[in-house]
Design a protein around this ligand. Structure first.
Ligand code: ZN
Length: 449
């Protein structure tokens, strides 16, 4: 029997085939492509050399020495970001740079004293500012002894690479107005027990930040696997929480990052890792997951245990230590590009549709009818510029594909009561709906229940 609908074979095709409100086909947005291309190896090298020059950025290191320790490193980051904020595009709300303190050591743990430690928040306010996308990286470093706050702890990859990602994001996005707010959180206390990110996550919860997504970048610049000598410079992992089902919001975010990478950074493969993190290791995304936010960790595919958390030394003919010479800067740049592509798309996309429902779930039939609530505009009415795309996947598949009905269009125009019909059995697929802006920016999908 001839089938009257098509399932496209690759997720990359999904966006390429995405027709926007005006009927034209979008092949990635040129503004995003230009921003992605702006990420530069030269900038990133300078950032990491500067970070390493502070000798250590341990959470308990000096805050008064102008050239060493966490205090000087945070001041350096703040100065850099203030400079970009001062020169920001006048068409965007001015970026805000804030040094924030929290207290550590009151409950013991990996602290030998009670002290207020700094971290940095750079807010790139959106023109609409209804939602926030958070980028997180940790500034602090460590050596073998987690309590040693004076030894040379360069932290070029862990997590100088993530900090470099946030710096490039602030630099580039200061020049570009986006609809939604992007916050870059340069946290401390990660190596001592995720304290800095826990402080921010609690702040976000108590102050009601409208957080839509959290991307923690922790170790995104190394390509060598110690022990096995595997080298992988075109794959990066996105960890999305384990044990909580296939269709959590964090999983949707991970899939979204993969899709955006396939459009804007096709040479970098996103490996979806359906685990919260690696064995015996954690990261700052966990602090946000615990507060109920949608959060993932971006992390290099191969890890080098001769680098991270090591004292810089040569032992048994092996060089140890997390030095800039071991960072693969081309690889790091691609990972930063993946972040910028995902963040810019999210920050210009409409909200996730509410009340996505399989309307014929109680009927014995072989098709699917979906309904959802329209995304509202600023006037509280259904936004006429927003269209919808329905996606589906078989129950054992990981990634969404377009669900094309008769007429070969998976785009549903704006409507007070949007509805979608397709001749695919609701028993054989998961379905989701996402809103698409008039410029073709797709939002996060809402899974139909
Ligand atoms: Zn780390």
């Amino acid at each position: 029997m001839k089938r009257s609908f098509i399932i496209f074979p690759a997720v990359a095709t999904l966006f390429l085939a995405l027709s926007c409100g005006s009927g034209q086909t979008v092949q990635g947005n040129p503004q995003v492509a230009a921003a992605v291309a702006e990420v530069s190896v030269d900038s990133v090298k300078v950032y990491i050399d500067e970070l390493v020059s502070f000798h250590t950025r341990h959470t308990l290191s000096t805050q008064t020495d102008p050239a060493r320790g966490l205090g000087a490193a945070i001041d350096f980051l703040a100065d850099r970001c203030r400079r970009w904020a001062g020169a920001a595009n006048p068409d965007r709300p001015r970026p805000i740079v804030e040094k924030i303190y929290y207290t550590v050591g009151e409950n013991g743990g990996r602290y030998d004293r009670i002290v207020d430690v700094p971290e940095l928040m750079v807010t790139l306010p959106g023109t609409k500012a209804e939602r926030e996308i958070l980028l997180v990286a940790h500034v602090d470093t460590r050596v073998v002894d987690v309590m040693d706050s004076t030894a040379f702890a360069p932290g070029a990859d862990d997590d100088g690479s993530g900090v470099a990602c946030l710096l490039e994001t602030v630099r580039i996005l200061s020049g570009i107005p986006l609809e939604q707010t992007v916050k870059c959180l340069f946290v401390s206390g990660e190596e001592q027990g995720l304290d800095g990110s826990r402080h921010f996550a609690a702040l976000a919860r108590s102050q009601g930040w409208p957080v839509q997504a959290v991307l923690s970048n922790d170790m995104i610049g190394n390509t060598r696997a110690s022990g096995t000598e595997l080298r992988e410079d075109h794959k990066v992992r996105v960890f999305s929480e384990s044990n909580s089902g296939e269709d959590t919001d964090s999983r949707q975010l991970a899939r979204y990052i993969k899709e955006m990478a396939s459009i804007y950074v096709p040479e970098q493969e996103i490996v979806l890792n359906y685990r919260t993190d690696r064995y015996r290791r954690g990261g700052d995304h966990s602090s946000f997951l615990r507060e109920g936010f949608t959060a993932v960790r971006v992390c290099e595919y191969c890890e080098d245990y001769e680098r991270t958390h090591q004292d810089v030394r040569t032992e048994g003919g092996v060089d140890y230590g997390d030095l800039p010479s071991y960072v693969d800067f081309d690889y790091l740049v691609r990972n930063i590009r993946v972040n910028i592509a995902a963040v810019m798309n999210l920050a210009n996309a409409p909200a996730c549709p509410a009340n996505a429902v399989i309307a014929n779930a109680t009927e014995l039939d072989n098709n699917t009818r979906l309904t959802w609530s329209p995304v509202l505009g600023p006037d509280g009415r259904p936004d006429p510029s927003v269209t919808y795309q329905v996606v589906c996947r078989e129950t054992d598949k990981s990634e969404w594909l377009p669900a094309l009905p008769l007429g070969l269009s998976d785009i549903v125009p704006a409507s007070d009561k949007p509805e979608f019909y397709c001749p695919l059995s609701k028993d054989n697929y998961y379905f989701a709906i996402r809103a698409v802006s008039k410029d073709g920016y797709p939002g996060l999908p809402a899974v139909a229940k």
